[in-house]
Design a protein. Structure first.
Length: 146
């Protein structure tokens, strides 16, 4: 008797930007797609009010990435392109790829025309014993399950 498929763990994933794997992220969030709802109120025959719900504009969540800070300045260089008004150069396509426990690819979420709207370094603390965390927020123009 078939039991069904195993659910995917939230720990085996990678990020790709323009086909290049960007490794070592501790957290990814914001993978979401939404359709805004338009409510259209009208009266049916006999004056009976009715509300029709229609699909409106599409909306995607901003992708939030967190990782331990390294000497790689790539994110800071990328946001500098945006700050300098080079938005066409800054737009990149990418993917968040999920794997099963055998490292087989199981899901791929592709995002389009992304650019960083925020890059930050988390809190630093004298005497601390934790890793410095770099956070990146990517805005994009579409998300799809490939």
């Amino acid at each position: 008797m078939a039991i069904g498929e195993d659910a995917l763990g939230n720990y085996a994933y990678q990020i790709e930007i323009d086909g290049v794997t960007i490794a070592q992220f501790k957290e990814v969030s914001g993978l979401s797609a939404e359709i805004q709802v338009i409510e259209h109120k009208e009266n049916k025959k006999g004056g009976i009010p009715v509300i029709k719900k229609l699909p409106g504009a599409r909306k995607w969540g901003d992708i939030q990435l967190k990782r331990g800070k390294t000497d790689d300045a790539g994110w800071w260089k990328w946001i500098k392109q945006v700050q300098e008004g080079k938005i066409d150069e800054a737009r990149k396509n990418g993917s968040v790829v999920l794997y099963d426990y055998t490292r087989g690819e199981k899901a791929r979420f592709n995002f389009h025309n992304a650019w960083p709207s925020k890059v930050s370094l988390g809190n630093l603390q004298a005497g601390g014993s934790e890793i410095a965390i770099e956070e990146v927020t990517l805005v994009h123009e579409g998300l799809e399950l490939a």
